[in-house]
Design a protein around this ligand. Structure first.
Ligand SMILES: Nc1nc2c(ncn2[C@@H]2O[C@H](COP(=O)(O)OP(=O)(O)OP(=O)(O)O)[C@@H](O)[C@H]2O)c(=O)[nH]1
Ligand SMILES: [Mg+2]
Length: 301
């Protein structure tokens, strides 16, 4: 800022939506860009259910990234429709859009996301998972194919997981950000509070440790969150649709739930920088993902 409070020309600040079909690596990219794990990731599609802001403050630019759920074409529950609505809303009022695709292939689901892109907002394609390409020569035709699908401002091959070419991506994004002062304090990392992050970390372990059914029938709420000096006492409830799912989640002699809770607790201690005492309970509430009222109460936008 200059003395008169007018932003200096060099500084830029703006919002950047990260969108794409499920599992292309949007959340991994957000975490790599901001340098902290704030958005959960797993091999399973539809891991992310909420939009999550991640702020990166650099000397000449502040990037306000917004991670979004993967735009989906299957599992048409009320929850899924809400998640797609979240994607659409995120596209509507941002300065820049980053479309993430998988370097291995452009699928119909990618084309469906491209069809949602608003005209007039700069869109940068991040071609992710280049590390997993057996033959690097496959990349060039992929870039050409993308260029035919949308007038992207830039197309940047990256590896979010290996943190490769992210500086190139950031430079392309920065060029498109409007001039202006930082909107957030330079130590702001996310708009989400520790309660939300704690619930998400439990959900991540459920996505990572369990098979293909239970994660999608599950949501997590925090019943109690108390800070006692550097110690946090957290009581969480996992809601499932059916008693059989509860049995799977708990596991033999409680072993599965124990693994979920201890993995989640370890991540919370890293993220919050203090000890965590975590209790997790499992309750059956059938129809939670089909009830607008319940979803609203559970914090789904
Ligand atoms: N090899 C490789 N794997 C990656 C890369 N980026 C992400 N992944 C993996 O891809 C999977 C999906 O990553 P996520 O970040 O959860 O993907 P997402 O797009 O946020 O998925 P949804 O939230 O479900 O839409 C995870 O297993 C990641 O570890 C990458 O650069 N290279
Ligand atoms: Mg995600």
């Amino acid at each position: 800022m200059s003395d008169a409070g007018v932003p200096t020309e060099a500084h830029r600040c703006g919002s950047v939506a990260i969108v794409g079909r499920p599992s292309v690596g949007k959340s991994t990219l957000l975490n790599a860009l901001v340098g902290q794990k704030i958005s959960i990731t797993s091999r399973k599609p539809q891991t992310t259910r909420h939009r999550i802001m991640g702020v990166l403050t650099e000397p000449h630019a502040q990037f306000v990234f917004v991670d979004t759920p993967g735009f989906q074409t299957r599992h048409r529950s009320v929850l899924n429709r809400r998640m797609n609505a979240t994607v659409r809303a995120s596209l509507a009022d941002v300065d820049v859009i980053v479309l993430v695709v998988d370097a291995a292939r452009i699928a119909d689901a990618d084309r469906e996301v491209i069809a949602l892109l608003p005209k007039g907002t700069p869109v940068i394609a991040a071609v992710n998972k280049t590390d997993a390409l057996a033959d690097k020569r496959a990349l060039l035709p992929r870039l050409a194919e993308l260029a035919r699908l949308w007038p992207f401002t830039a197309i940047v091959p990256v590896s979010a997981e290996r943190v490769r070419q992210l500086d190139d991506l950031k430079a392309e994004i920065a060029k498109q950000l409007p001039a202006g002062p930082a909107l957030y304090a330079d130590d702001t990392l996310t708009d989400r509070d520790e309660r939300f992050l704690a619930a998400e970390l439990i959900r991540e372990k459920i996505f990572r440790l369990l098979g293909d059914e239970v994660p999608y029938a599950t949501t997590v709420t925090i019943e109690r969150f108390e800070e006692d000096g550097k110690l946090r006492r957290i009581a969480a409830v996992v809601l499932v649709e059916r008693a059989g799912q509860r049995a799977i989640l708990v596991g033999e002699g409680g072993a599965t739930m124990k693994a979920i809770a201890s993995d989640a607790r370890r991540d919370m201690e890293t993220l919050f920088g203090g000890k965590v005492f975590l209790e997790v309970f499992v309750r059956v509430r059938s129809g939670w993902s089909e009830s607008e009222a319940t979803l609203k109460r559970l914090g789904y936008e």
